[in-house]
Design a protein around this ligand. Sequence first.
Ligand code: NAD
Length: 274
Amino acid sequence: SDVPGIELNNGTTIPQLGFGVFQIDPSDTAETVREALDTGYRHIDTAQMYGNEAEVGEAVAKSDIPRDQLWITTKCNNSNHGYEDSQTALDESLRAMGLDYVDLYLIHWPLPGKDLYVDTWKGLEQAKADGKTRTIGVSNFQPHHLDRLLEETETVPAINQIELHPHMQQAGLRSYHERHGIRTEAWSPIGQGKGLLDAPEFADIAQAHGKSTAQVVLRWHIQLGNIIFPKSVTPERIRENFAIFDFELSDDEMNTINNMEKAERLGPDPDEFA
Ligand code: NAD
């Protein structure tokens, strides 16, 4: 496929473009993931919280793609923080998906009010040592949460998965990640398809390349080096979101989008989400 691989700080290589399944109804998930796999996606982003891990596993089991050619990410649910509970939660996710291991296991939210994310991280380190996940990372961590993992534990996260799109560009976290060898995954990469895609800045760029606005935004992420997994249940859009490797944005076009920052969150502030 044309999807670039990104090498992580533990030596594994993740496909830069994947498929996200947040808010896909369990009854639609197996069919939608099959559509994504048929299109060429080899990276699926799910979570225990999404309630559709079993159906992701069903689609994987039914496909004839060898397990080692797939990248499967899941996440430790907020109710399962702690050294033991995070490991038990991964066991549950593996059982639900019918897998022996995942490629990436993330702490879904830091939950600073609970103050258990350091112990939870140590649970993920143990799960990796036990071969239940090839790679470990975090999601929605702010620099001061990452600081504590770097100071108090042995492993630098390979990934931080954060809200990131042209209206919320996360310059501070991206430079922190770069300094520490952490790769950035961008959730809601097209701003959940609402408002953002109607911004007038995209119209000329899309027309110049004969591409859709969504493809322009996804291409901007690829050129920044972000790892992305846009979600759709519509077969045409699943294919559209995959067709972003046959054009390139110019420096001027990248700069136009870089100037769209509004610090506008669609999701919760990680420091207030306890
Ligand atoms: P997204 O930015 O991928 O937007 C998806 C929505 O955009 C779709 O529901 C659809 O309405 C629309 N859309 C999709 N393709 C389109 C196209 N080509 N043209 C026009 N509209 C289109 O938002 P998302 O689903 O929130 O984020 C993607 C993935 O990120 C999720 O599925 C999940 O895997 C992950 N995620 C993680 C967290 C976290 O806390 N770690 C939070 C949210 C999402």
